[in-house]
Write a protein that binds this ligand. Structure first.
Ligand SMILES: [Zn+2]
Length: 293
């Protein structure tokens, strides 16, 4: 079943107005595993400063996020790795195509006991009513099969394609899908060109940040006292952002252009509102400066 997102009505002209209506909502960021690969696999090598060796190993976490909306209940942003990464290491419930890709690129996935998505749901007593994806890459969707079938999955309309379904494998099987349509329903909220007021109550915004993927989405949880900004994979991580290293794209030249454009908007936003907490899907990294074999 597929539905398009409902009309998002523009009630705000600047983010300051949004932040004035912030409400306290319990927020969690949780780590579901670890990814280790060469930095060049995840980034645009033409953006590298001279001192950066593309073969150096990048060791980073696989984050997912949640908040409790006062009426809608527990809202998830991405799911990260399910327990299949503990049961069937190293690539868990990834599709065959993705398993081959990871192997060819010498990418290692791992999960410590208790890090799996299912355990976080239990530990934090979460009963998700909605899951919103930053983008349709399988490291972000692996936990979806463990959700109740009544929990709908929201993602960008342009990622409802054969390509993304192919790399996602069976992660969406039996799930209700809702597509977020920025072209029809989005409005500008500087410095972003297209955002959606998801529940039409100012609590949660989807922010169009394409480039890494066709319809990548950042999210703003309008939390009090500190709003939370989920950057997803629009930036590789904090270290990359601070060093001008841009994330890779999966749709060629236009994708690369979009990466730079989205990154520009994100950096402007974080400078304009330095009190916001910024979260990356692959942050809390430890860098090992030795090259990978
Ligand atoms: Zn990704």
């Amino acid at each position: 079943m597929q539905k398009s997102s409902k009309n998002s009505v523009k009630k705000y002209s600047v983010w300051e107005e949004v932040f004035e209506s912030a409400k306290p909502m319990t927020f969690h960021a949780f780590n579901t595993g670890r990814i280790t690969g060469k930095v060049k696999t995840y980034s645009d090598t033409t953006s590298f400063p001279a001192a950066i060796d593309g073969n150096m190993a990048l060791d980073c976490d696989m984050m997912a996020f949640s908040f409790k909306h006062p009426e809608k209940g527990d809202i998830l942003i991405d799911c990260g790795f399910s327990s299949s990464f503990t049961d069937n290491p190293p690539y868990g419930n990834l599709s065959v195509i993705m398993k081959i890709f990871q192997k060819l690129n010498n990418i290692r996935y791992s999960q410590q006991p208790g890090e799996d998505f299912e355990n976080h749901m239990k530990r934090l007593h979460l009963k998700p009513t909605h899951v919103f994806l930053t983008h349709f890459h399988p490291d972000h969707t692996s936990g979806i099969p463990s959700l109740e079938s009544s929990c709908p999955v929201f993602f960008g309309k342009k990622e409802n394609s054969f390509y993304y379904r192919l790399i996602g494998g069976s992660h969406l099987k039996g799930k209700k899908i809702h597509l977020l349509d920025f072209d029809t329903n989005g409005f500008a909220l500087e410095p972003f060109e297209k955002v959606l007021d998801v529940f039409n109550d100012g609590s949660f915004f989807a922010i169009s940040t394409p480039g890494h993927t066709k319809d990548h989405i950042g999210y703003l949880i309008n939390n009090k006292p500190t709003p939370q900004f989920i950057v997803g994979d629009a930036e590789l991580n904090r270290w990359a952002m601070e060093n001008g290293i841009k994330v890779n794209t999966d749709y060629g030249k236009q994708g690369k252009k979009d990466v730079y454009k989205s990154s520009g908007m994100i950096q402007k936003f974080t400078k304009l509102y330095p009190n916001i907490e910024v979260h990356y899907s692959h942050d809390e990294l430890v860098l090992d400066f030795g090259p990978m074999g």
